[in-house]
Design a protein around this ligand. Structure first.
Ligand SMILES: Nc1nc2c(ncn2[C@@H]2O[C@H](COP(=O)(O)OP(=O)(O)OP(=O)(O)O)[C@@H](O)[C@H]2O)c(=O)[nH]1
Ligand SMILES: [Mg+2]
Length: 616
């Protein structure tokens, strides 16, 4: 059965709270949240026949498309029968768990997606524990049942065990289950039911998700949960209306986190119609809306009716675990590529980011005015911000990320992570060996009938840093590695770093094919002919454990007699080019990454300092 096409004007209709459903889709990374939303969007008939709907339509941010993962939680509204369903897509990568924590306050239920082949994974545990803590009763969706080795019964049993383990109440344990394939676009209430469309899931959402609480006759009340930015109206605050309603042009009071009140006029109210933002005249209780007109609004701020001022408790999130120092580029190539190179520019950009990206922390570095510390939830959390800044023409230097230590009973404690690994069995040996070297403790090991070995380790975040590149190489890209914060534990002692040294350029110039050819025997090169290098720049990885100073700019000596054909015979091995994360992952304490819009260069810190001393 196909539902009638919905007109955009539906958005303007007033929905009573009984006709609104607010729900978030949560899961481990890649378990199919965004793809499931594609099917829900398509089958709610909000697209015209000739309208092209992109794959993973909700992943609209450029880095989301490129990386194939969701980074920011985003909401949309779809319509089923006479109901309005506000659905929030959330990221599954552990580094963005702050996004999940934050949006759970908006919804009254979650769809917990579990890959029917893989079963629950570390991030399933995290997001489920958050949902249970909030008192929500999840609907469990065993997803990807079209996969050849899907085993929904096993996945369901493991999910049930996880609920028990996380201390679910009897009510929460009595969860509703459905089976689905977001990719094929069907959901069924029983495993054997005909696989037709998503309607069974739509019906479950209407039937099982409690409607939002709140009284339409009380004064307006809302909390800013997410921020967005619009070129015309500036900053927008998104949240669920907790009580009453709000009209365009109405005055509201904003209470900041510090309790400071200010008066504002609402200039625009927006909701969603599928992928489009649409304007509304009025927002009413239970609905999720974006409000414009409060220029300095911050996450967690309360918005309320001036006649009835209350302050809602602030939104708190788990602390960052990793920090990186961002410094002004003091290298010889400063300003050649990037436009914004001063500390003031960098600081302003970071402060702007902090407003919306609240699991980020920005700190001054004592005694250094050309440096600022950025703290986040993990390497990817930081890398997404750094990549965004690069694209906006910023240029700076990064130090090796450090874990953030906590003093507990006077002793230093460091973050530990649970690391979940899946590799073809033949690669398990080298993985185990390397993780043990990095102070990983194996918790479980299992090989299934398809020769896939699944392992779980508990290890210091520090030990995992720098391992991801290696893991991908060792497993030839076939391995899966995910990790999630576990706890703080007493400092585990020294962890050996990279096994190999680096090749360092002895001076400035352009790399030549001739010089690269002779240096490449020493290890693998990161630069190729024509690349500009400078003294102290890391141009390759040595094949031994010590660092080596090399000359990659040397030209061939001219002789009176031209040896025939000698230049043409040079065959260079392709250079290794780093992505931002790979570069950050690669460096050691005395090394740095130079980030510019077009280049990622590595350098040895002390050599540059020596050079400066010599010059001054
Ligand atoms: N076989 C099969 N593959 C699916 C299904 N749903 C999603 N996939 C695939 O799984 C991969 C991840 O899908 P996404 O929808 O991006 O997963 P996600 O949960 O949104 O991932 P994150 O946002 O990064 O956490 C993609 O390659 C999809 O094509 C499904 O029902 N069946
Ligand atoms: Mg996604």
């Amino acid at each position: 059965m196909s539902l009638p096409f919905k007109e955009e004007s539906m958005q303007d209709q007033k929905f009573k709270p009984e006709k609104i459903r607010n729900i978030a889709i949560i899961a481990h990374i890649d378990h199919g949240k965004t793809t499931m939303l594609d099917s829900l969007l398509k089958q709610s008939n909000i697209f015209r026949d000739n309208e092209k709907v992109p794959e993973r339509a909700m992943d609209s941010y450029d880095q989301e498309k490129e990386r194939g993962i969701t980074i920011f939680a985003k909401h949309t509204s779809i319509y089923f029968k006479d109901y309005k369903i506000n659905i929030i897509d959330t990221p599954g990568h552990a580094d963005f768990s702050g996004e999940v924590e934050r949006v759970l306050g908006l919804v009254n239920c979650v769809l917990l997606l579990v890959d029917a082949q893989e079963g629950p994974m570390p991030q399933t545990r995290f997001v489920l524990s958050q949902a249970l803590k909030m008192g929500l009763r999840p609907i469990v969706v065993l997803n990807k049942i079209d996969r050849p080795h899907a085993n929904p019964d096993r996945a369901l049993n493991l999910t049930f065990d996880l609920f028990v383990e996380l201390g679910a109440t009897d009510e929460q344990l009595d969860f509703t289950v459905c089976y689905a394939s977001g990719l094929s676009g069907f959901a069924t209430k029983e495993l054997g039911d005909p696989r037709v469309n998503m309607e069974p899931l739509f019906e479950l959402i209407i039937e099982k998700v409690p409607h939002p609480p709140g009284n339409p006759d009380l004064p307006f009340l809302m909390q800013a949960t997410t921020l967005s930015y619009d070129d015309f109206v500036g900053r927008q605050a998104c949240g669920r209306i907790l009580e009453g309603s709000v009209k365009k042009g109405q005055n509201v009071t904003r209470i900041s986190n510090t309790g400071h009140p200010s008066q504002h006029k609402i200039v625009r109210i927006e909701g969603y119609f599928g992928l489009k933002k649409t304007e509304m005249e009025e927002g009413s209780v239970g609905d999720i809306v974006s409000l414009s007109g409060i220029p300095d609004i911050m996450i967690g701020d309360t918005l309320c009716d001036p006649s009835h001022v209350v302050q809602l408790p602030p939104i708190t999130l788990a602390e960052p675990t990793l920090s990186v120092e961002m410094m002004v580029n003091n290298g010889p190539m400063v300003g050649k590529d990037g436009k914004h190179v001063t500390m003031n520019k960098i600081r302003d950009r970071l402060m702007l980011e902090k407003r919306a990206n609240i699991s980020l922390k920005i700190e001054e570095v004592e005694g250094k005015d050309d440096s600022i510390r950025v703290c986040g939830r993990g390497e990817l959390h930081l890398a997404v911000l750094i990549e965004a800044m690069r694209r906006e023409d910023y240029e700076f230097i990064l130090s090796k990320p450090k874990v953030i230590l906590k003093k507990i009973d006077g002793a230093d404690h460091e973050p530990l992570e649970t690391v979940h690994i899946e590799v073809p069995q033949e690669f398990s040996g080298p993985v185990i060996e390397e993780l043990s070297r990095r102070k990983g403790e194996m918790r479980s090991l299992e090989t299934n009938e398809h020769d896939i070995t699944t392992m779980e380790f508990l290890m210091p975040t520090r030990g995992l840093m720098g391992y991801r590149n290696d893991f991908m190489t060792v497993t030839r890209g076939l391995g899966i590695l995910t990790s999630i914060f576990h706890s703080y534990s007493p400092w585990k002692g020294t962890i050996p770093g990279r096994l190999r040294g680096v090749l360092i350029s002895n001076g400035p110039g352009k790399a030549t094919a001739y010089a690269c050819f002779s240096v490449q025997e020493r290890g693998s090169l990161f630069v190729g002919p024509g690349d500009e290098v400078y003294e102290g720049m890391i141009v390759g990885e040595h094949s031994r454990d010590n660092d080596l100073i090399v000359n990659v700019t040397r030209g061939k000596q001219l002789t009176n007699v031209r040896a025939s054909g000698s230049d043409e015979n040079i065959i260079l091995t392709p250079q290794r080019r780093f992505t931002l994360e790979q570069a950050i992952d690669f460096i050691e304490d005395d090394e740095q990454v130079e980030v510019t819009p077009r280049f990622i260069r590595l350098r040895k810190r002390f050599l540059l300092e020596n050079e400066r001393k010599r010059k001054s």
